[in-house]
Design a protein around this ligand. Structure first.
Ligand SMILES: [Zn+2]
Length: 319
């Protein structure tokens, strides 16, 4: 009897020890995990606030630089050029590259004093197209969509909505596969006309504006890009690159960073062609769009426009 009771006590004690050891390990692990999660969340919030602050600061700098330029222009200055190089830009802007200076010099000749901002969306239509179009419509802004060929029925109404709401429907290759688009002049032609015909059948629009996948300065083409550019010329198709990159091609870019890239980039050009993407996963582009539009609408002598056949051609490859 006595032995039985002892055995039970020992068993109970053993269980108690095991339980205590288990808890001694588990509890600190759980607490560490919880703390780590809270730390992550706090860091996220901090980073977001920092991005937001930077954005406001840059936005403010840009407005101030613009105001100063306006004052300088209002004063009689006989020897000064009408608009100094990058004069409408903000103080924080880096020195313009040779490409940009060339573009500015080209632009200078015919500039009427109104800055034009061309928002362009590549790679659509997508699950984001409707929201992009609704935002544009809310603000009364027209833009340009460089689309690819998506024969799936659900996209047909999106191609049409782009057209119906007054935006420019433009081409960005049918397949967007570098390996086939840029395999040869032949494959480029085939892809181009497949898209042109597809868009005509879908919307009734005969598109004459093109953007090369990866831009005309892409390094992926097996064909000399000049050969493809010449071909477009013979076909009466104008191509457009961009001079303001939103940076949204990178998957991890935040809303504020996209807005900042665009809002700081625009004042550097008389004709600002802004590269953005119309794709399902680009949520931050959707969020940045209203911020961009509101900031641009506050800029003096600046208007939004869709690309058309008379738009100043922004090219990466200087011909
Ligand atoms: Zn693209």
């Amino acid at each position: 009897m006595e032995q039985e009771a002892r055995k039970k006590r020992v068993l109970f004690l053993r269980k108690l020890i095991l339980f205590s050891v288990g808890m001694a390990v588990l509890v600190p692990v759980m607490i560490s995990l919880l703390l780590a999660m809270r730390y992550d969340r706090a860091m996220d919030a901090l980073n977001k606030s920092r991005e937001e602050l930077t954005w406001y600061k840059n936005h403010f700098d840009a407005r101030q630089a613009e105001a100063e330029t306006a004052v300088a222009e209002a004063e009689p200055a006989a020897e000064q050029p009408a608009v100094p190089e990058g004069g409408m830009g903000n103080g924080a802007a880096e020195a313009p590259s040779a490409e940009e200076e060339q573009a500015d010099a080209d632009e200078e000749e015919e500039w009427d004093g109104i800055r034009r901002v061309y928002l362009t969306f590549d790679d659509g239509p997508s699950a984001s197209t409707d929201q992009i179009l609704s935002t544009l419509s809310d603000y009364g802004v027209k833009a340009t969509f460089f689309v690819t060929g998506k024969p799936d029925k659900r996209y047909a109404q999106l191609y049409n909505r782009i057209v119906e709401e007054g935006h420019t429907l433009a081409m960005h290759s049918y397949s967007h596969r570098y390996s086939s688009v840029y395999e040869s002049l032949d494959s480029f032609q085939t892809d181009l006309h497949k898209l042109q015909n597809f868009l005509y059948d879908t919307t009734g629009v005969w598109c004459k504006i093109y953007r090369f996948p990866g831009g005309s300065s892409n390094k992926a083409s097996s064909v000399d890009m000049q050969e493809l550019i010449d071909y477009l010329g013979r076909e009466n198709i104008r191509y457009f690159d961009w001079n303001v990159d939103s940076g949204d091609a990178s998957g991890s870019i935040g809303t504020w960073q996209i807005a900042d890239n665009v809002i700081r980039g625009i004042p550097r050009f008389h004709n600002a062609v802004v590269l953005m993407h119309d794709a399902q996963e680009k949520r931050t582009t959707l969020e940045a769009l209203p911020m961009i539009i509101e900031a641009v609408q506050e800029m003096d002598n600046t208007v939004f426009a869709p690309i058309d056949e008379d738009t100043f051609a922004v090219h990466h490859t200087v011909n």
